[in-house]
Design a protein around this ligand. Structure first.
Ligand code: PLP
Length: 455
């Protein structure tokens, strides 16, 4: 039975993990300038990923789509838990192959270079996700040159019924991704005719930001209903065993209700049991795995009022954390007062603030309309849910500000509850990596307390 997958997002300072608060304090004492840094709680990451993995029905696989966050300590933490990695570039291949715990991996994405495909084959790729007819021909040539029989999945851009197609960004509509269902027979035939390619199944990644279990069930249910027909297009249908249903599980950045993973898993279990000859199902999830472990912590540099609106100007900004701008949302945040004298705390009415960074553009807004009490210059604001598509999608060189530091917290966690244990061990929140997770030299550069610029 899946464990409960209810996800609590910290909404106030007293619900932040103590190992995080300790790590922030340790780092702050070492800084001469105000703070803007990322903190990643690796034990929370591993607890969460284990819960996702253990919730799945028997035989259903969980891959991590590393584009959500491919920092070495994140991959090192996830590698022993997930079944594999989903990659989309030569650079990501290098990261996955640099991991001390090698896992199977697949390569997706439009615009694969020939050099990416060669690098993938030479480094032992499990399967390619083919995005176009042209890619089939190129990969056949490369596989033949290398004398390799290569497993491939065809990525389908399905023709979805109207009830499902609304709000899908990546399928059921014109996109550069995958092969239209109307061209699928031709693509299957091309792979069947390619001497060095072996079709093992289909791949569909149709959606991101899916927050409703019922809608995701409809989508996967639709794929499962189509599976027998898609499979029957192949010369040897029995050789097609795998259906990769992509990622796209959303995160509720308003923190009201997170996706009910265990509900999806129980439903899926029932569906697969009811099927005569079910495919081997695989998820490749990014955001919903890594988002919850990350925090962007910024210091208030200035408080000001302009035409009736209050602004907190903070160290950092959207050049380091582009997510709220990219998603057009107001990012949740937690106020961490730093003043020693807190006697005035939470008295009276909160004030409404717009939280901005250091960039000379009006678009540099992290959050609007935040009700906060007694914010002072020097206080910290903690932005949770920053572990996926945060720093790595940001235009960090804009205005030549220094890049933010990234800290990876290794603190111990009690296995039952996933909550931090009290005690002195927690004090070394930004600790030396333990022996089990000893990072290699390249990983060390990005891991403990060093600037990402040195990585
Ligand atoms: C980005 C991506 C994913 C992961 O998406 P999330 O929304 O982060 O889960 C999975 N598969 C493919 C092909 C992708 O492009």
């Amino acid at each position: 039975m899946p464990e409960s997958s209810v996800i609590d997002t910290p909404m106030s300072a007293d619900t932040l993990p103590s190992r995080l608060l300790d790590a922030i304090e340790v780092q702050r004492q070492q800084l001469s300038d105000p703070m803007a840094a990322f903190f990643y709680d690796l034990s929370a990451l591993s607890d969460h990923a284990r819960r996702l993995k253990h919730g799945l029905p028997e035989g259903v696989e969980l891959y991590y789509a590393i584009k959500a966050n491919s920092e070495a300590p994140i991959l090192e933490t996830l590698a022993p838990i997930v079944d594999g990695f989903e990659l989309s570039s030569g650079g990501e291949i290098a990261r996955a192959c640099g991991c001390s715990h090698p896992r199977p991996w697949v390569l997706s994405g439009p615009g694969k270079l020939d050099s990416d495909m060669r690098q993938a084959i030479d480094n032992g790729i499990e399967a390619f996700h083919i995005e176009s007819l042209g890619e089939i021909a190129r990969l056949q040539e490369i596989a033949r040159d290398r004398g390799r029989q290569q497993a491939v999945l065809l990525r389908i851009n399905p023709s979805l019924p109207d009830t499902l197609s609304s709000r899908l960004q990546m399928a059921g509509a014109p996109t550069p991704f995958g092969i239209d269902e109307t061209d699928l027979a031709e693509a299957v035939e091309a792979v069947d005719n390619a001497s060095h390619l072996q079709l093992v199944g289909f791949h569909i990644h149709a959606m991101s930001h899916q927050k409703e279990v019922a809608r995701h069930q409809q989508l996967i249910g639709y794929y499962l209903s189509r599976w027998p027909e898609w499979r029957a297009l192949a010369r040897e249908p029995d050789a097609l065993v795998q259906l990769n249903v992509g990622g796209g599980i959303g995160v509720d950045y308003s923190c009201r209700q997170q996706f009910d993973w265990s509900a999806l898993c129980s439903w899926l279990d029932g569906q697969l049991r009811a099927m005569h000859n079910p495919p081997r199902l695989r998820f490749e999830i990014g955001r919903f795995i890594s988002a919850f472990c990350g925090y962007y912590v910024i210091e208030v540099l200035d408080r000001k009022f302009s035409h009736g609106e209050g602004f907190l100007v903070c160290r950092g900004g959207t050049h380091q954390f582009r997510l709220p701008a990219a998603q057009s949302h107001d990012h949740p945040l937690i106020h961490l007062p730093q003043a020693v004298d807190e006697t005035a705390g939470n008295a009276g009415e909160p004030e409404s603030w717009t939280i901005v960074g250091q960039l000379c553009t009006p678009k540099d807004v992290l959050s609007r309309d935040q009700q906060l009490w007694d914010v002072a210059v020097g206080d910290l604001l903690v932005l949770p849910l920053a572990g996926a598509y945060g720093y790595n999608i940001s235009h960090a060189d804009f205005l030549c500000h220094p890049r933010p530091e990234q800290h990876f917290i290794q603190g111990a966690c009690s296995p039952e509850t996933g909550s931090p244990e009290a005690g002195s061990q927690e004090r070394k929140a930004v600790s030396e990596p333990d022996e089990r997770n000893e990072p290699s030299d390249t990983q060390r550069a990005t891991s403990i307390g060093e600037s990402a610029t040195t990585a």
